[in-house]
Structures are given as C-alpha cells and as structure tokens.
Design a protein around this ligand. Structure first.
Ligand code: ZN
Length: 294
C-alpha cells in the first residue's frame, strides 16, 4: 500500500487552494503506481460531510482547487485523500488537512494534557453542529432580496443553506455556571443566559455553531477566542448564549446512545484500582441506582 509522507494545503491566492501530497520513497518504488486510484474530497467541517472535488485519478500529486467559495474570515476548508488499490480494493484515507499551521510537539502536548483534564475531571460531554457558511441555498431563501422568507424553516434551521449544519461532533468542554438574568420589556420577559465555555482546539468552534449539552440545553456560539502556540490553536474560550426552548434549532437530531451515561456521571473520574475484582461499587447513596434524585 502506498504511504503518504506529506499532505498539505496552501495558497497565497484568494481564487484557489493548492493541495499536494508526497509518497514515501517514490524514486525507488517497486510497486505499480497505476494500480492505485486517488480521490480528493473536501468539506467545511473536519468531520464532514465530504464532497468529491476530483477523482478517481492516477499518478498525480497535486491539485489546484479553483472552485473555492467566496471569501469568509471564519471558514476553513478541509481536504481528505482516499488511496485505493484497484487489485484488492484495499484503501487508506488521509487527512483532513487544511490551510492551517502545523502544530509543534509542545502544542500537541498542551492539547493532550488539557484533553485529559476535560475528559476525566472538569469537562462534560457536548455536541456541536458546525454551521454551514456556503452551499446549496434553501427554498426559503429569496435570492433577489437576499433574505429568509420563513423564520422557522425545518429544511435549513434559519441558516438559508439546505440542511443548515454539518455533521455533529461530540467533545468534552467545561462551562462556567451562568447568571440567570431577566430582561423585562412591555410585551414579554426575556431570559438572557450568557455563559463561558472552554475546550481544546478540536472541534473548532465558530460564531453561529449550535452546542448541545447532556441535558439538551442548546446554545449558540457568540464569540470564540483561541489560545495559540506558534499560530496553532491549542485552546478555545467561547462565549455562548442559550437558545429559547422551542427554537427551530431544538429540532436538530442528536442520535447518540442516551444510555451511555458514563460520560455524564460523576464516577468517570480516574480512580486507581485497589483490587483486581470488578465488584459492584455502591454510589454515595448506598445501593440506589445511578440517576436517582433526592
Ligand atoms: Zn429554509
């Protein structure tokens, strides 16, 4: 199987992005290069959905993607390369890569240590729906007036782009308890719940993304501020705002296993094993099942 040693995406041009890759020791390659097919695909979010931009093709090691959507400051385009051996249908996928700096060892270690902190101690499980910033327009979008015609459209969730959001990603994050405020207006009372959330650099959170916590409170990202090591994001401080119950964003489906409560219960904290038996471990209420409130 061919092995990639480099897979980069760079450009100093607004009209295109150049993606290139290198194969391990191609000079002395004894294998038949024409036995392999390459397919390049791209997406706005790291986890997809990915669309094929080029391929399948053979014996080509760079591609200039000129079908590059209009410029947007918070948008990163991710590329994946699929290499398939035509003889035995074996394949290997590389990526995603994007036009972002390479992390050095310190950055990777900072991320690893913070990841342990969020997963094992201070963080809880969250889901993010990355908002689409380009794509096929929804039927509710008036192209002449450049605005949405329906406020609660179920096909785009108020974004104007079909499906509205990219594939959701589960991750661990710590949210500060927020002040519960009430804003009184002559017509109705508004509850304003702003909060601060922090997580590692993945998944990258951008304004407009929808966050879902374990209790199905849904939030929208207002501001996301990264901490960087040599240009590479290692940490994110995020200001989020809770959505009103009944907002169209509450229809975004989360298809995770709701019985997997290990991630939200207190007992996920790391404990050193004291014996080799796996006996039933009573919780702090005695032998009450987990999940009982008092
Ligand atoms: Zn729509």
């Amino acid at each position: 199987m061919l092995r990639l040693t480099k897979f980069y995406c760079r450009s100093f041009d607004l009209d295109s992005l150049t993606i290139w890759w290198e194969i391990d020791d191609i000079i002395n390659l004894t294998d038949d290069i024409y036995a392999y097919e390459f397919t390049l695909s791209k997406s706005e979010a790291q986890t997809g959905p990915y669309d094929i931009v080029f391929g399948p093709f053979q014996n080509i090691f760079s591609f200039r993607d000129s079908i590059h959507p209009e410029n947007h400051k918070n948008r990163t385009i991710y590329y994946k390369l699929l290499i398939k051996d035509k003889r035995n249908q074996e394949y290997r996928e590389y990526g995603p890569t994007a036009q972002i700096p390479e992390p050095n060892l310190e950055a990777l270690e900072i991320i690893r240590q913070e990841d342990v902190l969020f997963r094992g101690f201070t963080g809880r499980k969250w889901y993010v729906f990355p908002r689409k910033t380009f794509g096929a327009r929804c039927h509710c979008f008036n192209k002449v007036m450049q605005r949405l015609e329906i406020g609660n459209c179920k096909d785009c969730f108020r974004t104007g782009y079909l499906a509205g959001y990219n594939s959701p990603i589960a991750f661990y994050a710590q949210r500060d308890p927020n002040a519960r405020q009430l804003q009184k207006t002559p017509d109705m009372d508004h509850t304003v719940n702003l909060a601060q959330l922090r997580t590692i650099s993945y998944p990258q959170l951008s304004p407009g993304d929808i966050l879902v916590d374990s209790e199905n409170h849904r939030w929208v990202v207002i501001v996301s501020t990264p901490t960087q090591r040599l240009g590479y994001d290692v940490h994110q401080e995020v200001t989020i705002k809770e959505l009103l119950k009944g907002s169209i964003e509450y229809l975004l489906p989360v298809n995770d296993d709701i019985k997997d409560v290990n991630s939200i219960s207190d007992r996920r904290n790391f404990t050193n094993p004291q014996n080799v038996n796996t006996d039933f471990k009573p919780n702090y209420l005695g032998d009450q099942p987990d999940g009982i409130l008092y």
